[in-house]
Design a protein. Sequence first.
Length: 501
Amino acid sequence: MKQLWKSRFVDAVADETLHYTETTEIDNRFTQHDLWGSIVHVLMLIKCRILAEADGQAILTVLLELLDEERKSGIPLEIEHEDVHLNIEARVIAKLGLEIGGRMHTARSRNDQVVTDLRLYLREQLLEAYAGTVDLIREILQRATKDSEVVMVGYTHSQAAQPITFGFWLSAYASILLRDCTRLQSAFRATNRSTLGACALAGTSFNIDRQFTSELLSFDGLVEHALDATSSRDFAIETASALAFVMATISRLAEELVWWSSLEYSLLDVGDAFSTGSSIMPQKRNPVVAELARGRATVVFGALTEMLALVKALPLGYSCDLQQDKPPLWRIFDVTLPTLSIMRSQVKALKINRERTTNALWMGFTTATELANEIVKRYNLAFRDAYAVTGGLVKELGTQGRDFRDIPAMEQYLRQAGFHIAAKDIEEIVSPENAVRRQVSIGSTNPDSVQKMIATFEQELSEHSAFVSDQRERIQNAMDKSLRLAREHAHGEPVSEGAQL
Ligand code: ARG
């Protein structure tokens, strides 16, 4: 038996058990974070005089070597040692012997260690996804600005409703995704708290300094309650939930791209670069990127549900169930990060079929509301009456196979109904281009109003972008500082002085 916990066991653990319980493949992703956590823990043990300088020096030297090895070639984790934590500890002990290496785990448990590692790793992944969302929004806003004047059909019930601009349609996604950014930021704040030093569940009788490790790991503060710290994964669920929102938003965009690039809509073209063909139908060009983005949202929702189910009815105090928190989280990032990136490229490459959008605007009588509004304004008519007149006009033109482009027929119908509106005025009223300009309410599709909203969104976006860069810089600086302290100490300098934070 190789296990560090073997002393209490009489018989060997079954091979089957080992394979059933080990997590080396999964833990691989945060070996560096585990090492960083151990380095900071040892620095704290030395500072608090729980560990002798010389022993600490030896342990730090090995941990720094291991970090080097991990960065260069990756540390192979052995199944016999179950997880990354015991693998690293075993490597330290193999190098220094139990007498010194066996002191690293003083005043710590894998229960506070694993949740700390997860927080360290998750906050970086969260910033990746946050940055990816910011980049997608930036692309959306650029594209919305570029095509701010292109008029297209706006839909309700998937039926032609009123004219809107392409910029208005697309910037709606920026508006939604900016709220998703706020959710990501809130998930980051929940994640960015230190659980190190909570130990197994009850704290420790050693006089440790949790504040010191929290600051060196660049956390915003502690999850103080030791039982809560080791038992809770709500920060991870909040992270999953924020990313589920992001994927739900992307999935709606993907859905519109899929349908609107069909022959029947023919409003957009996602382009060859984002399509693949059929193995049997030579004419086919399928919008598979958008389809997969829509389909992969499912993975994230499934993972979120999996994590909620994991903690439901789980008693407080670490249970091995919690080990199951990582696979769904890894899956979420594996799906979301490339989706954010490819959707960004796709938005950039989108082509609008202008002829088709114009035709649909007329065929769908999309300015009928505008005509009714104008009758209300000119004749001080109740809206319901103006609605009935316009509805009758649409019915008549529709049955004759005409639309609002037939100005003489419209003029005649309206005159007979008692409304004398000059032909050139009718033409002006029912023009889709004019209709979008006529919308004056706050948040409307009017290009001026869209430009104003885009300016506000850009401001919000730059705040999110600054948050991401600040946090990345803080993490990098904290890592640099921890390693500098560890190196200084490994060379014999006193930690307590260099470590003034
Ligand atoms: N590998 C475990 C996890 O991923 C951490 C170890 C927890 N402690 C234990 N006694 N099994 O959650």
